[in-house]
Design a binder for this molecule. Structure first.
Ligand SMILES: Nc1ncnc2c1ncn2[C@@H]1O[C@H](COP(=O)(O)OP(=O)(O)OP(=O)(O)O)[C@@H](O)[C@H]1O
Ligand SMILES: [Mg+2]
Length: 267
């Protein structure tokens, strides 16, 4: 389990996170949602040890700041919101960057096969020899995810659950690939790992998340199941626009429609 208590972050004399409490369990997909600038990426970076903070964060019961870089690499992998590739890497070279010897207990032969397996899981079979800079935006996002996957390929290793931290993993993807990647994230959780995903698509969040934390202006505005959190009031207040929640007939989960028709001049 990952647990954050009273997390505060200040950047450039501005309070970005103010007393945030957050928990994520292995075996679950935990979504973080909220408007632009609400502090989602900052929270993720605090939880992964990339952002200094006040408060307490524990990972499997151990304080985050007591874990060595290798311990961290063995327990969690991070897909950043944006990653620039400065060198003309091929897709295979990019994915291989995620391989750290000894983290998955596999033989050198198994490790050699991992990048191709990861590319297949993100729908990029046959892309290994392509230059990353020549990929489309959605292909590049999936290639980065393959790099993250090979780092902690086994969702549970030596009895320890691993965690994927994904900052907007489907932001550049078409609907088919959105579903592919959300299923991949769910499969990781169902195999015993944990997934923490920042999401802007509230309907995908509702369909796939076990738990949701709604951030607004550096505070937790709601947290719980999608049914608890994705309510008309909480969403409309937090996003500052009229949103109407209904229940999807097939899944029983909330689905959210913007009430654009409420604006004059749009019917
Ligand atoms: N280095 C910095 N110095 C000052 N303010 C910063 C810095 N980095 C981020 N911020 C501010 O912190 C706030 C939260 O940023 P963060 O990236 O966490 O937002 P977010 O919720 O991930 O937004 P988005 O949905 O746009 O990705 C923003 O208002 C941002 O401008
Ligand atoms: Mg962000």
């Amino acid at each position: 389990m990952i647990s954050g208590t009273d997390i505060c972050v200040e950047l450039g004399r501005k309070t970005i996170l103010d007393g945030v409490n957050f928990q994520a369990q292995a075996g679950q997909l935990t979504a973080i949602v909220g408007p632009n600038g609400s502090g989602k990426t900052t929270l993720l970076r605090a939880l992964t040890g990339e952002q200094s903070y006040r408060g307490e964060i524990t990972f499997g019961g151990k304080p985050l700041d007591r874990l060595s870089p290798l311990d961290l690499a063995a327990r969690r992998a991070v897909l950043p919101q944006a990653a620039n590739i400065a060198f003309p890497f091929t897709v295979l070279e990019l994915v291989r960057l995620g391989l750290v010897a000894g983290l998955n207990g596999d033989t050198p032969e198994e490790r050699d096969r991992r990048p191709a397996q990861a590319l297949a899981r993100v729908g990029l079979e046959g892309y290994g020899g392509r230059l990353v800079q020549e990929l489309s935006g959605g292909e590049r996002q999936r290639a980065q995810l393959a790099r993250v996957l090979v780092q902690i390929w086994e969702p549970v290793f030596e009895g320890q659950p691993r965690f994927l931290f994904l900052d907007e993993p489907v932001s550049a993807l078409d609907i088919g690939h959105q579903l592919m990647i959300m299923h991949l994230a769910r499969d990781y959780a169902e195999a015993g790992g944990g997934v923490i995903a920042i999401m802007h698509d509230l309907n995908l969040t509702s369909m796939f998340a076990d738990q949701v934390t709604l951030l607004g202006d550096g505070h937790v505005r709601a947290s719980g199941t999608p049914e608890d959190v994705l309510t008309d009031h909480a969403l409309s207040t937090c996003y500052g626009c009229p949103l109407r929640t209904n229940t999807a007939p097939t899944t029983g989960r909330p689905w959210i429609l913007p009430q654009a028709a409420l604006r004059a001049g749009h019917g």
